[in-house]
Design a protein around this ligand. Structure first.
Ligand code: RTP
Ligand code: MG
Length: 144
């Protein structure tokens, strides 16, 4: 009997404004697809100030919060839900450490991120947050 644990197979990502501005969307999506992730939902969108403050509410007391909100709202992002076995953990491995200086060779942040603040890509940090973040950006009819 094969038991499929639905909650464990999806993650949520954003290709952040710097990645879109620099024209890295195609290359990053190619790397994500090559790593075995299936696209469940995807769109180009721009977060409002309220969206970013809500999405990153966990960081609201941090010194970088204002900069983070300004950065994440300054232009369009690509939001996507991705599916793969062990999606959350494997995607965090694929993107690399928050600070590109600490990111492993070949990771998306090592390749495309400029700094700890402008780091090209987001990946959910738990199955629960993947579900919350995906639902924040997508209606049920936009998920396939
Ligand atoms: P993310 O949530 O975007 O996937 O990134 P993460 O888990 O690797 O890092 P997290 O600690 O959740 O931080 C969220 C985002 O805030 C910005 N940041 N700036 N200037 C700084 O010291 C600093 N630290 C974090 C980054 O854009 C980071 O991805
Ligand atoms: Mg995070």
């Amino acid at each position: 009997l094969k038991i499929i644990k639905m909650s464990g197979i999806r993650t949520f990502t954003m290709l952040k404004p710097d990645a879109v501005e620099k024209g890295h969307v195609g290359a990053i999506l190619e790397q994500i697809a090559s790593a075995g992730f299936r696209i469940v939902a995807m769109k180009l969108t721009q977060m409002t100030q309220t969206d970013a403050e809500t999405f990153y509410a966990v960081h609201k007391e941090r010194p970088f919060f204002g900069e983070l909100v300004e950065y994440m709202t300054r232009g369009p992002i690509v939001a996507a839900i991705l599916e793969k076995e062990n999606a959350v953990e494997d995607f965090r491995t694929l993107i690399g450490a928050t600070n590109p200086e600490d990111a492993a060779e070949g990771t998306i942040r090592k390749l495309y991120a400029a700094s700890i603040g402008e780091n090209a890509v987001h990946g959910s940090d738990s199955d629960e947050n993947a579900q919350i973040e995906g639902a924040f950006h997508f209606a049920g009819r936009e998920m396939f």
